[in-house]
Design a binder for this molecule. Structure first.
Ligand SMILES: [Fe+2]
Length: 247
């Protein structure tokens, strides 16, 4: 979450949100609104810029990438900030309905996943699609061949075509293995799985360029992957030899 977010711009954005959460603002709420919010509710998430020039991608249009980044990703950043403000406000109300609080917590989980996954997604684009390094060797070892890994990754992605979700290559701390996971929304990341490579299979990620031809979108995604970024994520997680034992 560090990359995402606690770029602590904190506080003032949220004060208005907290005060506006209920038409009848109580004294407790007013006091809460006047107090700088704790980091957990700060609502200070800031969007991360693209690290590549979208016009230079091969087969993913500038219009598609900018729409995805501005509307879907940044929309989740804004919503997450709003939700944190509403949670802070709700905590100042002793009788706030638990079921309503649960709805806010569900949305907080959903938006947190969206922000993190979209940042991983955009950060790994802008490359030439050619795998290399330890991650290439590890995938070839764990799947029998790199081609087998890629075929399974693509098949997992196609199982989500026409709907929504993510395909996630993760390093799993519990099983100490590399694995492709199926995730039908932003909240389905595997337990103990550290994402290395994420493929957005929500229709908003490709429909503008490819309509329903999801396989062509996956081809374009793979052509633009920066495997150096994937390698860096993998190396950061497995630098400790003990983490690799049993893999
Ligand atoms: Fe997306």
């Amino acid at each position: 979450m560090s990359d995402v977010s606690r770029r602590t711009a904190i506080g003032t954005v949220a004060l208005g949100v907290a005060a506006a959460a209920s038409p009848a603002v109580t004294s407790a709420q007013a006091a809460a609104a006047a107090t700088p919010r704790a980091p957990a509710f700060a609502g200070g998430h800031q969007p991360k810029p693209l690290r590549f020039d979208p016009v230079k991608l091969d087969g993913l249009s500038d219009k598609l990438i900018r729409s995805h980044w501005e509307n879907n990703y940044q929309g989740s950043v804004r919503t997450l900030n709003t939700i944190e403000g509403k949670l802070a406000s709700a905590m100042s109300e002793p009788d706030f309905p638990p079921a309503v609080y649960g709805g806010l917590k569900r949305e907080e989980l959903h938006r947190t996943g969206s922000v993190i996954l979209h940042e991983l997604y955009f950060d790994q684009l802008g490359g030439n699609g050619r795998p290399a390094g330890r991650i290439h060797e590890a995938l070839a070892r764990d799947y029998g061949s790199f081609a087998t890994w890629e075929a399974e990754f693509r098949r997992t992605a196609m199982s989500l075509a026409g709907g929504s979700g993510w395909t996630i290559l993760a390093w799993n701390r519990a099983t100490r293995s590399l694995h492709n996971y199926w995730a039908w929304d932003h909240t389905n990341s595997p337990v103990s799985g550290e994402p290395l490579l994420v493929l957005d299979m929500y229709e908003h990620a490709y429909h503008m360029d490819y309509g329903t031809a999801a396989a062509n979108y996956i081809d374009a995604f793979m052509r633009n992957l920066d495997w150096g970024v994937v390698e860096a994520r993998y190396s950061a997680l497995t630098r400790d030899p003990k983490a690799m034992s049993g893999s």
